[in-house]
Write a new protein. Structure first.
Length: 87
């Protein structure tokens, strides 16, 4: 740290307190909303993503098949993410 700054422990303590209080997250969200409003977009944007994964399965138990693309005998699981974009 530059010589005219307080000790690094002091700076870290303030940063940590702001982080625990989610100051940085709230600041980012507020600035993003203001920017989106200024350029004429909705305040909040969102997106969704769907993905699948092939997972190896044991011989007994769940239903399973063969994924020829990945050469895996097992199960497929489907994953859905709902994302609130902050930009």
């Amino acid at each position: 740290m530059p010589g005219d700054f307080p000790p690094w422990q002091t700076i870290y303590r303030y940063f940590h307190r702001l982080q625990i209080g989610q100051f940085w997250t709230k600041l980012n969200a507020q600035l993003s909303e203001q920017y989106r409003f200024r350029i004429g977009k909705a305040a909040h944007s969102s997106a969704a993503s769907i993905d699948t994964q092939s997972v190896k399965a044991s011989e007994s138990g769940s239903q399973h098949g063969y994924d020829a693309g990945k050469h895996i005998k097992g199960s497929k699981r489907h994953i859905f993410w709902w994302i609130r974009l902050v930009c």
